[in-house]
Write a protein that binds this ligand. Sequence first.
Ligand SMILES: NC(=O)c1ccc[n+]([C@@H]2O[C@H](COP(=O)([O-])OP(=O)(O)OC[C@H]3O[C@@H](n4cnc5c(N)ncnc54)[C@H](O)[C@@H]3O)[C@@H](O)[C@H]2O)c1
Length: 301
Amino acid sequence: MAIQKIFVVGAGLMGSGIAQTAIVNGYDVVLNDQRQEALERAQMGIQKALEREVEKGRMTQEAMDAALPHLALDITIEGAKDADLVIEAVFENLEAKQKVFQQLEEVCPPHTIFASNTSSISLTALASATKRPSRVVGMHFFSPVPKMRLCEVIYGLLTDQEVLSEIKTVGEKMGKTLILSDDKPGFIVNRALLPMLNEACVIVGSNIGSVEDMDNGMKLGCNHPMGPLELADMIGLDILLNVMNVLSKEYGEKYHPSMILRKMVTAGFLGRKSGAGFYIYENGKKVGVNPVLVQQHSLEQ
Ligand SMILES: NC(=O)c1ccc[n+]([C@@H]2O[C@H](COP(=O)([O-])OP(=O)(O)OC[C@H]3O[C@@H](n4cnc5c(N)ncnc54)[C@H](O)[C@@H]3O)[C@@H](O)[C@H]2O)c1
């Protein structure tokens, strides 16, 4: 059955990006959040983002006018009653996500596919909370969703092949390239990327190289568009720490979060969103290296 209507749960950074990408590519979207304020912010953000696309000549005014009416907001889950696909993007917490799926189970028709945008939670565990484990799948988009071209698709132990085919069609229509992963912590991308970011923290934390040299090293020597510490700040150091903890629980010592990362999070340096991480940010702009990372203490006066 062709998917036409998508119910997106969670109107935060990822949910609003998913909704924007879906309406631009012809899907009818109902965006849900438990907070009215999040819904309004998401709607305004989507409108502004599309206006910017038009200003920059990357989208026509007609395409924008055609896309916006495809977006509806709903603070209840009633809007899921005729959804073909649900994409869940609430907080990264197993119980919260399982509860969302259990509530949707009562409202959605049997054919509805339940997808989760989780970065680290087991799809098999999420599916176990539903009566339709064969129709539960991972759709892991990357931030910012409208710009990043990848969608990692994750199959749980019971996911149907037919569901994967339907997700492939939707993902490609949303302009993404899909890669397929088994249900193992970190999936494909984060399992390789996060240890690299963690190792960059180790290098700086052990004073082998400075924050800026670490980032310049990877940008200029490896052609990465961002340095690993800039990227860690963008992801959020608390998020990075949480996922490293999940990976280290599963795979052991090799994935143990670095001491400097743990200390930074304990001290409240969470990256860009808190105004300070490896760098200091003012009005969203990077202004310099966080001074706590430069040895300043001395026993001398
Ligand atoms: N931020 C990233 O770069 C990124 C990348 C890939 C995947 N993810 C994953 O996407 C998910 C969402 O992340 P985010 O960064 O958008 O989070 P966010 O905090 O920006 O947004 C979460 C939204 O979910 C809403 N919400 C929470 N519980 C809800 C419920 N029961 N019903 C309806 N709405 C509810 C919140 O009000 C909030 O608006 C997480 O699972 C995260 O791991 C995040």
